[in-house]
Design a protein around this ligand. Structure first.
Ligand code: SF4
Length: 94
């Protein structure tokens, strides 16, 4: 299994800046932090130890984001944005 580096790359930093700008522009999306985090914690893609939207390092599933940070900045759900409609996956899942 491929290990991911623990240091952030330029691409990671650019992604964080993009998320921060999106969070500033769409402040209302940050509302409901606890509710969104509860949905992530029920999602089968979520890694509860790393708090990431990725089941394990090296997986192609999920955005790989640190979800408390992404939600706080107004980011969306990877599964919902990708149109995944599976039970127990995504913020739209019941
Ligand atoms: S797919 Fe959506 S609900 Fe699941 S961990 Fe990622 S952001 Fe959270």
């Amino acid at each position: 299994m491929k290990e991911e580096k623990s240091r952030l790359t330029i691409g990671d930093w650019l992604g964080l800046v993009k998320l921060a700008l999106r969070g500033i522009i769409n402040r209302e999306k940050g509302v409901g932090f606890s509710s969104k985090m509860r949905k992530c914690q029920r999602c089968v893609i979520y890694d509860p130890e790393a708090k990431k939207c990725r089941p394990y390092d090296g997986s192609d599933i999920g955005c790989g984001c640190f979800m408390p940070f992404k939600v706080a900045l107004g980011g969306g759900c990877w599964a919902d944005e990708e149109g995944v409609s599976e039970e127990y996956v995504g913020w739209k899942a019941k």
